[in-house]
Design a protein around this ligand. Structure first.
Ligand SMILES: [Zn+2]
Length: 61
């Protein structure tokens, strides 16, 4: 597919999306990049959303 190669970085753990998967590198993008979730962080985020009930909002301090 001839899509424009845009840098995709996980906004949670900072891993970089490559054709080989999500790799953890010390990367500080100077160009505009797309922030997304890697599969791990996406699953974690979804779990947090599912556990978060707006009507039953409580904190464990
Ligand atoms: Zn991640």
């Amino acid at each position: 597919m001839a899509t424009s190669e845009i840098t995709v970085v996980c906004s949670v753990c900072g891993r970089l999306k490559t054709t080989h998967g999500w790799i953890k590198i010390n990367y500080s993008p100077t160009e505009p990049c797309s922030h997304s979730y890697c599969p791990e962080c996406f699953r974690r985020a979804m779990t947090e959303v599912m556990h978060w009930h707006p009507s039953q909002h409580r904190h464990n301090a």
